[in-house]
Design a binder for this molecule. Structure first.
Ligand SMILES: [Zn+2]
Length: 258
């Protein structure tokens, strides 16, 4: 492909990622509050003043406003530009690996849904069924039409993904006498399995557990969190699955090579 076209595609996809990331912020704020994600237009959560389009440009407005509301000067969470940046970045990386394919299209939609889920779980310790349940169905149906995953692999992904978390959750609740992993994690894992298949969901969960344990230990040692604090697991499943979605084949060949 011509170099110029490549640059234009990268520019458009990066921009699209920033815009979708901006919309993801609306979803992250409103879905757990059961508010409409369409109406009303964006407003400051502190002073309720409507945010003008000029102040609602992804990344740029946050920098120009120095992270504060134009009206009441209250701090805007760093989470807003972070979600926009992450979404733009993941779109570009997916494109650079999978090119102009249907797989890229589906993976950028999936990654957006996963980023929304991860931040809702971080903020509220819930994983919304309105995303994960349709996600399982959509992932399975798509597997009949796309070339890169079979419906058998998708079905196995749902069973293996949901099953592993279910078994660990049940085991954990017997040992610790409290809910270690909720039903939300089971449905999230099943959804990722539906899109990525049984091999990738196993790698995703393994990475998720590893990163969760590692970061959990760091948070406790640095006294940012206490041992008894709840650290949601959903964001780590998402992180593991995004890494796997990008570099799954590399991870498998590395693992088989050692
Ligand atoms: Zn304000």
């Amino acid at each position: 492909m011509y170099y110029e076209i490549e640059v234009i595609i990268i520019f458009i996809l990066g921009l699209l990622g920033l815009i979708v990331g901006s919309f993801s912020n609306v979803c992250i704020y409103r879905i757990p509050r059961n508010e409409s994600i369409v109406f009303p237009a964006s407003h400051c959560p502190k002073c309720s003043k409507a945010i003008r389009p000029f102040d609602n440009i992804p990344l740029l407005s946050y920098i120009l406003l120095k992270g504060r509301c134009r009206h009441c000067k209250s701090k805007i969470s760093i989470q807003y530009p972070l979600v926009e940046f992450l979404t733009g970045l993941i779109y570009l990386m997916i494109y650079l690996i999978y090119g102009l394919t249907i797989q890229t299209l589906i993976y950028i939609i999936l990654s957006s849904a996963l980023i929304i889920i991860a931040f809702i779980d971080l903020n509220h310790q819930i994983i919304p069924d309105v995303i994960s349940l349709p996600g399982i169905v959509i992932g399975f149906i798509l597997s009949f039409f796309v070339p890169y995953i079979s419906f058998v692999n998708s079905a196995l992904g749902i069973v293996v993904g949901g099953g592993i978390i279910l078994i660990i959750g049940l085991g954990g609740s017997v040992i610790y006498k409290k809910e270690a992993m909720g039903g939300g994690d089971v449905k999230l894992s099943a959804m990722i399995g539906a899109f990525l298949g049984w091999r990738y969901i196993i790698i995703s969960l393994f990475l998720g557990f590893f990163l969760g344990a590692l970061i959990g230990i760091i948070l406790i040692v640095t006294k940012i969190k206490k041992r008894e604090d709840v650290i949601p697991f959903g964001p780590f499943i998402v992180l593991g699955s995004l890494i796997t979605l990008l570099w799954g084949e590399k991870i498998i060949s590395w693992y088989l090579g050692i």
